[in-house]
Design a protein around this ligand. Structure first.
Ligand code: PBG
Length: 331
């Protein structure tokens, strides 16, 4: 890069008015960048707040269509469903995970019936259905891979049958994408997409989410034998390459803001549709600071979301989706 000397170059010239700033801005944030994660629970016509995520609720399946209509009116293209599973349904074999009528599958059908043009994304991992809160089966203290993948494939097929557009494997088992892609092809679901949680770190930022889905009490130990070490960056690129080679259509880095360096490396290296998950802890930190009057909520929200665009992401899973979309519409 070359740069003319002062005063030929006065970089502040291009910052001197709103119009000029708009002309030279390099990135834009729009509601089409958002995937909105929502929490679903049993019951009728009800919602309960998630205390560690101010502004976020768990809603009953019959209210999920309202969220979908809200997303459509705001220009948000996709909703991601997370179930708050009744503890009585958590078992060692996790059979509820592929029950065609489980909470998540009912919510998928509800949205596809009410607002067919909203893309529905799912989560694939055993943790909401597992008595020990892990994403895979636990045998003698070990989270076993291959048997878990068989269960995840059943889960994926049940979600595809229910009408899911985007499957989101968040389990970090080996070979899960390949196994799911084979099964989807075999069962005639060749247009179902996979947005893989490819580079998912063993992060402490997931704490509020585990409260929201009721998994924090259940979890024994940590997830370090399957989720990635926060010290690693090259490994993330290998995980992305692996998932693409197995049939992922889109890839994700998770958490988001603490891992923007990974997002940029992934986008530069592969040029594939790249998403980040601005996770529950990131959301909770902004809300907590804003509630204390320490940060300007709206400005920090939009600045945090813009950081993903700057890092090369095509979109971001964010609990801020409706609030940010509303704000962008007003601008
Ligand atoms: C479960 C899953 C988690 C999140 C998404 N899917 C938690 C975990 O891995 O323990 C976290 C999302 C968030 O923190 O917002 N496999």
């Amino acid at each position: 890069m070359t740069y003319a000397p002062f005063p030929f170059a006065r970089p502040r010239r291009l910052r001197s008015s709103k119009a000029l700033r708009a002309m030279v801005s390099e990135n834009v944030l729009t509601p089409a960048d958002f995937i909105w994660p929502i929490f679903v629970m049993d019951g009728t016509d009800d919602e309960t707040p998630v205390p560690s995520m101010p502004g976020v609720v768990r809603r009953t399946v019959d209210r999920v269509a309202d969220a979908a209509r809200e997303a459509r009116s705001l220009g948000i293209p996709a909703i991601c469903i997370f179930p708050y599973t009744d503890p009585a349904l958590k078992t060692e074999d996790c059979a509820e995970a592929w029950n065609p009528d489980n909470l998540s599958n009912r919510a998928i059908r509800e949205i596809k019936n009410a607002v067919p043009d909203i893309a529905v994304m799912t989560d694939i991992a055993l943790d909401p259905y597992n008595i020990n809160g892990h994403d895979g089966y636990v045998e003698n203290g070990e989270i076993v891979n291959d048997r878990t993948v068989e269960a995840l494939v059943k889960m994926a097929l049940a979600q595809a049958e229910a009408g899911a557009d985007i499957l989101g494997p968040s389990d970090m088992m080996d070979n899960r994408i390949g196994a799911m892609r084979d099964a989807l092809e075999e069962e005639g679901h060749q247009n179902v997409t996979i947005l893989s949680y490819s580079a998912k770190y063993a992060s402490a930022y997931y704490g509020p989410f585990r409260d929201a889905v009721g998994a924090s009490g259940a979890l024994t130990g940590d997830k370090k034998t399957y989720q990635m070490d926060p010290a690693n960056s090259d490994e993330a690129l290998l995980m992305i390459a692996r998932d693409l080679s197995e049939g992922a259509d889109m890839v994700m880095v998770k958490p988001g803001q603490p891992y923007l360096d990974i997002c940029r490396r992934v986008k530069d290296e592969f040029g594939v549709p790249t998403f980040a998950y601005q996770v529950s802890g990131e959301y909770a930190m902004v809300q907590a600071a804003a509630q204390n009057g320490w940060l300007d909520h709206d400005k920090v929200m939009l600045e945090s979301l813009m950081s993903f665009k700057r890092a090369g992401c095509d979109g971001v899973l964010t609990y801020f989706a409706p609030a940010a979309a509303r704000l962008l519409a007003d601008h």
